[in-house]
Ligand binder design. Structure first.
Ligand code: PEP
Ligand code: MN
Length: 369
């Protein structure tokens, strides 16, 4: 059960103390307080865990500070959609809104290699009105001998260039707790010119200790990728780990499943699950067409297969696109063969706009019948 408190309830107010004293005495029930500090107000939710079936809504809603309650099913308690659940399906970070009603494009480098490539990418994004990007500094690689990313060495110039070109959010994978500290430190040293969305990669979707650590920090929102060899339910539970530790600013990413049934794509594209994740949870849903398709093959209609897959996700209501671009893919240190070219950026963005418009028309049509 979730108690939604009146906005701006102060944790040291007599009413709040009276409420928590009451909750502490309930037999077989424990509680946890979650606070979300928004630009306008602070929202407080209290999660009651245990034998809550015997608590009536009248009793609970008459308690001090309580605005209303939501009874949750066992599944995805914090991030899920429950009966009569009108909790928000969006969050704001560094001036950018991420929600089930918005669409943000994160075009960028799979792996940071040189400051020149980072700058060329960010300049192109700025020139096309984009405020988000992807920049990999810590790369989990199949081979221990492959390039592992520049790590913390590249962070200062990546952040400074982001500030220079008006980039507000950079998606960046972390594979270890120390990476979060390094990102925090580099942002501090450079005067916070940009924001970061921490990415949990598909290989770490069930790295529960990493999830707990990333869930405990409140500085950065998180993009968690679906695990490439586990069920959707298992991946959604992984996302719930982040929220259960306190960070519910979570985006869920579809990136294809590892199976030969997807050949000749790198992974079996799973974007038909975009509406499913939106139905089961309140998370914005990201698609990663680059790691799903994995090649620059072009269909007979002249459209790259990566763009076809992107359009399929967007027309189904995707809220974020993570896509690899590179100014010189032949020189890229990671995933060059799937990177789109700088000159393809305007076409990509226009193709996305067309697909989004089609989605909005489809949603309006459904709402009208
Ligand atoms: C990536 O986005 O760079 C990446 C490694 O993705 P995934 O975890 O989906 O393989
Ligand atoms: Mn990659």
């Amino acid at each position: 059960m979730i108690l939604i408190l009146n906005p701006d309830t102060a944790p040291d107010s007599p009413d709040f103390l009276q409420l928590t004293a009451y909750l502490a005495k309930l037999p077989g029930i424990s509680y946890r307080v979650h606070q979300e500090h928004g630009a306008q107000q602070t929202l407080t939710e209290i999660y009651l865990i245990g034998d809550t079936a015997s608590l009536s809504s009248e009793t609970v809603e008459s308690l001090p500070c309580v605005e209303r309650m939501v009874r949750v099913s066992e599944e995805y308690r914090v991030l899920g959609r429950h009966k009569d659940d009108d909790r928000p399906t969006h969050f704001d970070y560094n001036g950018v809104r991420f929600g089930q009603d918005t669409l943000n494009v994160f075009a960028g480098l799979c792996a940071v290699d040189t400051p020149e490539h980072v700058e060329a990418m960010m300049r192109a994004l700025r020139d096309h009105g984009q405020v988000c990007t992807r920049m990999g500094a810590y790369k989990p690689r199949t081979s221990p001998y492959a390039f592992q990313g520049h790590g913390k060495a590249c962070l200062p110039y990546v952040f400074e260039l982001a500030g220079k070109y008006g980039i507000k959010v950079i998606a960046m994978e972390v594979t270890h707790e120390s990476h979060v500290d390094e990102i925090n430190e580099a942002l501090r040293q450079t005067g916070k010119p940009t924001g970061v969305m921490l990415q949990i990669g598909t290989r770490n979707t069930q790295n529960f200790e990493l999830l707990k650590i990333v869930g405990r920090q409140r500085e950065f929102p998180v993009l968690i990728k679906r695990g490439f060899g586990i069920t959707l339910d298992e991946s959604l539970n992984a996302a719930e780990y982040l929220a259960s530790e306190g960070n519910s600013r979570v985006v869920f990413g579809l990136r294809g499943m590892k199976t030969n049934m997807g050949d000749p794509h790198r992974n079996l594209v799973d974007f038909a699950h975009v509406p499913v994740v939106r139905r089961l949870t309140r998370m914005p849903v990201c698609i990663d067409p680059s790691h799903s398709v994995g090649t620059r093959n072009r269909a007979p209609d002249g459209i790259l297969e990566i763009m076809h897959a992107t359009a399929q996700g967007v027309i189904a209501g995707a809220n974020m696109i993570l896509v690899d671009f590179h100014p010189a893919p032949e020189k890229a240190l990671v995933d060059g063969p799937q990177a789109l070219l700088m000159k393809e950026l305007p076409q990509f963005l226009e193709d996305v706009r067309i697909a989004r418009e089609a989605y909005e028309k489809r949603a309006a049509l459904a709402a009208a019948v």
